[in-house]
Design a protein around this ligand. Structure first.
Ligand code: ADP
Length: 295
């Protein structure tokens, strides 16, 4: 981490926290997928910062908006307070600074259950429409969050087709894959028939995006929008990392429809496609094998 970035963060923290604040140390953190991240220790507490010189300029503006929406719920989960964020300026990267969550895996079993109950609270925070106030990013992928009254239309056009077009523009998929997706989308119309209300979604809820802390479970790195809560849960089921305790607590607090698993892979498709778009590899074939199951 270079001195210019350190002095940028010190200036920002001086302005937002305390004029005599001094950074005492910076510890780089691993585990993220897209950005550089670190713990900043100061004489006025610890902070979390992430930054990127080569990302969509408003990436962190949008992440801050998602964090603030999750904070609005006032749920039992810890959501890091946003301190500052910026688009890139001159030779400085885009960045986001938030409260630092001190990780602690003490009482994992209890925190698993708290996470389930807390997510249920977030999913009970509703909107009349599907979408969000502005487009945002899952990883670095632009999401079309234009408000939509229709659940299937939102998922089909603003998630699957939107992303399929980005993959197509990269020259990775051709017209045959787009045709398969069109067929898939006509056949799933009747399968998403449970009339969900638009719930606040974390939007990128894999096991790397929650932290256990001395203050209980925290959600980090959101890409939020209002959608079927089963959309959020599809990523949760995709790579594991969520225990039976989590699922039982979630279901007790906000029971899922009996047939929710019949839609699980339909919603997973978006995340397989997004992983393919971001990371390449075998995710593309996993996406297409889901598509072919529904033709
Ligand atoms: P990326 O946007 O690159 O995916 P993340 O937001 O996932 O990055 O964060 C990168 C690393 O920093 C992860 O190890 C994560 O656990 C940790 N982290 C993220 N937010 C905080 C926070 N507020 N407090 C403490 N650690 C955090």
């Amino acid at each position: 981490m270079n001195d210019i970035i350190i002095s940028l963060f010190e200036d920002v923290l001086k302005e937002d926290i305390e004029a005599n604040l001094k950074i005492s140390s910076i510890k780089l953190l691993g585990g993220g997928c897209i950005n550089s991240a670190s713990k900043i220790e100061t004489n006025h507490g610890d902070y979390f910062a992430k930054w990127n010189s080569n990302c969509p300029p408003n990436l962190f503006v949008r992440e801050a908006e998602s964090l603030n929406e999750l904070i609005k719920v006032n749920s039992s989960l810890k959501i890091p307070q946003v301190i500052a964020f910026s688009e890139p300026q001159a030779n400085l990267p885009a960045y986001l600074i938030t409260e630092f969550i001190d990780p602690s895996i003490n009482s994992k079993k209890i925190q698993d259950e708290q996470l389930g109950r807390g997510l249920a609270e977030i999913h009970q925070f509703k909107n009349e429409n599907f979408g969000f106030y502005s487009d945002n990013y899952c990883g670095a992928t632009l999401q079309d969050n234009t408000w939509n009254i229709d659940c299937v239309g939102f998922y089909s056009n603003q998630r699957i087709l939107h992303l399929a077009n980005l993959i197509y523009k990269n020259g990775v998929w051709g017209t045959s894959e787009l045709k398969l997706l069109d067929q898939f989308l006509s056949s799933i119309k009747n399968l998403i028939s449970h009339k969900p209300q638009p719930s606040l979604n974390h939007g990128d809820l894999w096991s790397g995006n929650y932290l256990y802390s001395s203050e209980g479970p925290a959600l980090i790195d959101p890409a939020s929008y209002y959608a079927d809560r089963e959309f959020d849960l599809s990523l949760t089921t995709m790579f594991g990392g969520f225990s039976d305790g989590f699922w039982n607590a979630y279901n007790e607090a906000f029971p899922l429809p009996n047939d929710w698993k019949t839609r699980n892979e339909i919603y997973m498709l978006y995340h397989y496609m997004n992983h393919f778009y971001l990371f390449g590899g075998g995710y593309g074939n996993q996406a297409l094998s889901i598509v072919k199951k529904y033709l």
